[in-house]
Design a protein around this ligand. Structure first.
Ligand code: PLP
Length: 381
C-alpha cells in the first residue's frame, strides 16, 4: 500500500480496532476521549479546544465554514491543488462568496498575491484565508507561516485556517506560535490511518467568531460547544473504536511528554527521491514539485511528459504485483502517480516498489539506475 492514506495500519494500532465497545457515558471513556483530544491539542501546539466528530476528512472543513462565516462574508482560497480547490467548492456550495486565488501548482504558495488581495480588502470583508499544509494531491508542503506573514503585513484580521489532514502526526505544526487560528485534521492519513474521525482545533479568535457567526446549525455546531461529556465533544455518539485506535496511535511520548510527531525516516525519504532523480534522466518523468525544499516527505508525486498514461501502469502494478500507488486527482489530474509512505515502512520496500514500477513491461521510459541509487541512499547511515 503506497497510498497517501488510508494505508497499512501499524501492527501496534491494529488490535485497538478489535477491542470490544464500552459504555461511552462511563467516566473512564470520557477521560479517554479527553486524553485523546488534549493529546492532539498538545501535538498541534495549541491551547485552543479540540473537537472530534465521526466523519470523513471533509467533515471538519465543512463544519468550520458553517461555524465561522456569516452571510455576505468572503473567504479567500489559494488554489493549491485538489484540496485547496475543495475548500473553495465547499464554501461555494454553502453559498459563501469565495475569492479564489490561482497559484502555480508546482510550487509552494506565494504569499505576495495573498497580501495584495488582503490589502485591497479595506472593508475587511474577508473572514478567513483557507490554506492547506500538505497538498496531498501534488505532494507539496505549503508552510503556514507564509499566509500568516501575508495577513500580518496587510494588518488584516481574517482568520488563518489550515487543513492539516495530510500532515497531522507526521510533520510538526505549531498552531499557536505560528498564528494559526484553526486547524482541521483527520485520522486517515497518519495517526491511525483509517478514515472515520475528523478533528477541529480552534483557538480563541475562532471560538469567539463561532459563538456569534454563521447560520443556524445543530450537528455541525458540535465543536463550537463546550462540554465535558464524550458525546458533547463528538456532537453525538462517539466513534468508540476509532477513539481506541487513536489513543493507541498517540501513545508514543515525544518531547516534554507531548505525543510524538513521527516524521518519515529521512533515509527512506532520501531513497525514494534518489530513485526519482535517476528516473528523471529519461526526460519523461520528474518530481511534480519544482522546489526541492517544499516536497512533502510522506507523499511523492511524479509528473509525466505528455502522451504517457501512468494510470495503466498503476493498475498493472496493483493487479499483478499488489503494489498500490495513488492516482492523480483533479484539477491536476494529468500525469498522475503518487507514492506515499505514511504507515509502517522499511528498507526493503523502498527499492522493491520502484523495482516493480520500473519492470521491463513498463511502457514508461525511465532513466536507469533508480534501484541502485535507492540502495546507495539506504546504505548511508
Ligand atoms: C485526504 C485529505 C482530505 C480529506 O479527504 P476526505 O476524502 O474528505 O476524507 C482533505 N485534505 C487533505 C490535504 C487530504 O490529504
Amino acid at each position: 500500500m503506497q497510498l497517501p492514506g488510508p494505508t497499512d495500519i501499524p501492527e501496534r494500532v491494529l488490535p485497538a480496532l478489535a477491542r470490544q465497545s464500552v459504555d461511552f457515558d462511563h467516566a473512564g471513556f470520557t477521560e479517554l476521549v479527553a486524553g485523546c483530544l488534549d493529546g492532539l491539542g498538545c501535538m498541534l501546539g495549541t491551547r485552543g479546544r479540540v473537537y472530534a466528530c465521526a466523519a470523513l476528512g471533509q467533515g471538519a472543513p465543512e463544519a468550520t465554514l458553517v461555524n465561522l462565516v456569516g452571510a455576505g462574508e468572503v473567504v479567500r482560497v489559494p488554489e493549491t491543488g485538489r484540496f485547496g480547490t475543495r475548500w473553495a467548492q465547499m464554501a461555494e456550495a454553502l453559498g459563501l462568496p469565495v475569492a479564489r486565488l490561482p497559484t502555480d501548482t508546482r510550487r509552494p504558495v506565494d504569499p505576495g498575491p495573498i497580501e495584495t488581495a488582503l490589502r485591497a480588502d479595506w472593508e475587511h470583508r474577508i473572514r478567513g484565508v483557507l490554506a492547506v499544509h500538505v497538498e496531498t494531491s501534488i505532494g507539496i508542503r505549503h508552510d503556514p507561516p507564509s499566509p500568516r506573514a501575508a495577513l500580518d503585513a496587510a494588518r488584516h484580521p481574517a482568520l488563518l485556517v489550515v487543513d492539516a489532514i495530510a500532515s497531522l502526526a507526521s510533520i510538526p505544526l505549531e498552531m499557536d506560535p505560528c498564528g494559526i487560528d484553526l486547524v482541521v485534521a483527520g485520522s486517515q492519513k497518519k495517526p491511525v490511518p483509517a478514515a472515520g474521525v475528523s478533528f477541529v482545533a480552534a483557538g480563541p479568535h475562532a471560538l469567539e467568531l463561532a459563538r456569534t457567526g454563521g447560520p443556524p446549525r445543530r450537528y455541525r455546531d458540535g465543536w463550537g460547544r463546550a462540554g465535558a461529556e464524550s458525546h458533547e465533544r463528538s456532537s453525538g455518539t462517539p466513534p468508540v473504536s476509532m477513539i481506541f485506535a487513536l489513543r493507541q496511535a498517540l501513545d508514543t511520548p515525544g518531547e516534554e511528554g507531548r505525543p510524538a510527531v513521527v516524521v518519515p525516516d529521512a533515509r527512506l525519504v532520501g531513497a525514494v527521491r534518489a530513485v526519482v532523480a535517476r528516473w528523471s534522466g529519461s526526460g519523461a518523468i520528474d518530481f511534480h514539485c519544482l522546489n526541492p525544499d517544499a516536497r512533502a516527505d510522506a507523499v511523492t508525486r511524479l509528473a509525466f511528459a505528455s502522451g504517457i498514461e501512468p494510470d495503466r501502469q498503476r493498475e498493472w502494478a496493483r493487479d499483478r504485483y499488489g503494489v498500490a500507488g495513488g492516482g492523480g486527482s483533479r484539477p491536476v489530474r494529468r500525469r498522475p502517480l503518487r507514492t506515499g509512505y505514511p504507515g509502517d515502512r522499511d528498507d526493503a520496500m523502498v527499492p522493491g516498489v520502484p523495482g516493480v514500477l520500473a519492470l521491463r513491461e513498463s511502457r514508461v521510459p525511465y532513466g536507469q539506475g533508480g534501484v541502485e541509487a535507492a540502495l546507495g541512499a539506504l546504505a548511508r547511515r
